[in-house]
Design a protein around this ligand. Sequence first.
Ligand SMILES: NC(=O)c1ccc[n+]([C@@H]2O[C@H](COP(=O)([O-])OP(=O)(O)OC[C@H]3O[C@@H](n4cnc5c(N)ncnc54)[C@H](O)[C@@H]3O)[C@@H](O)[C@H]2O)c1
Length: 283
Amino acid sequence: MGRLDGKVAVITGGASGIGAATARLFIDEGARVLIADLQAEVAAALAAELGPGAASVGCNVAREPEVKAAINAAADRWGRLDILFNNAGFGGVCGPLDETQVEEYDLTMDVLLKGVFLGIKHASPIMKAQGSGSIINTASICAFEAGFGNQLYTVAKAAIVMLTKAASLEMAEYNVRVNAVCPGYIATPLAAGRPYSMAPAEKVEAAVDRLRGRNQDTQPLARSGEGRDIANMALFLASDDSEWVTGQAMVVDGGLLAGRPWRKLAPWITQHQDTLLYRPPAD
Ligand SMILES: NC(=O)c1ccc[n+]([C@@H]2O[C@H](COP(=O)([O-])OP(=O)(O)OC[C@H]3O[C@@H](n4cnc5c(N)ncnc54)[C@H](O)[C@@H]3O)[C@@H](O)[C@H]2O)c1
């Protein structure tokens, strides 16, 4: 028996990286999944690979009619909507704030933040009427400490965490839960660099592999984050295992926010253990 048997999910940004890993896991756990992504052809190919429980639609999450149509397509096709994973995103505009154009600001906020708002806006009437549902928003460790990503990306991800909390309060009385997942460094085309998202598959894989190498020693748990690490948290938040969890921002980062990987960065701690550690006197 799957942990999502009978449930219907929409995953934005489901054609690649974290979203694609989640689509695969949700299907394995018995859900029916609509993949909504800007890359319509890649989304369609993944849906075809995943079988009859999956479908896809081209969708730009920054455009309200497209978000509404995607959510309604899933509800019309399968008769309900249990899970919305607001996950689509890109790296945001990079560079100094004084050189950032207003159009670049708008693009970053429209995709990363407005896209999440639009998902919540159009899923909530269905979920409220149903009396159940789980909305999961992809934020980031950037929400908690500046410097892990570029400036506007960081602002958008912090706002997603507060939007999650605010929405969770509104929806709790309808038994609709709203949580965020906050990934650390995950080996995906996004993290390998913006141009790679649309590049040929071999180039993307090579870039993601280089990134894996770079990520390896960044956090206390010394391996790169993978899409499946975030998919596993999304599964918990989507399933009834988390039925009493709402308004939370779940960090999945290999320990990065806990502090420095001290065995590497502060070797004196282990080298001088005898003098640093208190030992009771021998009898
Ligand atoms: N990779 C990381 O290290 C990392 C860390 C923290 C948070 N995140 C977040 O995770 C989410 C997924 O990113 P990923 O790492 O899997 O990247 P990815 O590039 O592999 O996947 C992102 C997907 O979103 C789609 N997309 C982009 N803009 C869109 C739009 N306007 N409308 C619809 N779809 C759109 C892309 O086509 C792509 O399929 C993003 O919100 C990202 O900010 C990633």
